[in-house]
Design a protein around this ligand. Sequence first.
Ligand SMILES: [Fe+2]
Ligand SMILES: [Fe+2]
Length: 169
Amino acid sequence: MKNLNSFILNNTVKILDFVYSDRHLQRFWVLEVIARSPYFAFLSVLHFKESLGLKNDITMFLMKEHFYQAINETEHLKEMEKRGGDKFWIDRFLARHLVLVYYWIMVFYYFCSPRNAYDVNIKIEEHAFNTYTKYLKDHPEDQKIKEIAQDELNHVEELNEALAMITQS
Ligand SMILES: [Fe+2]
Ligand SMILES: [Fe+2]
């Protein structure tokens, strides 16, 4: 399953990277729109499961953590909007259709297999970190992007901890 996750993700990312090869800001904006949605999907599923009585200390911790991550990703998105990443209709059209599909895939995936859903999202966050790191090589003065890259790396660690937590439980 993890190989399938990597295969689908790598190819989706390759297509996006190719389409947006010389439009960094638009690519960052599209990626932030998409990368934000798994946290909302995780929250939806955790909330639903809690409503069915499936709650414990771990679900409570994960709810708090994913809520914080969703807010943090929204801050990234706002930064890209401030820089004009969403100014073209075609980019908004693409991102908003992709995110509709991706959100629901993540809801079902996290409901059926939280481990695999975390695995996909860890890979996405790693990709986000690598994307920003590449950009920083040409723009080392961009402090805000440096902070955002660090956030993405923090999310990788937090998701790995979440994965370990549900694997042990
Ligand atoms: Fe982000
Ligand atoms: Fe992220």
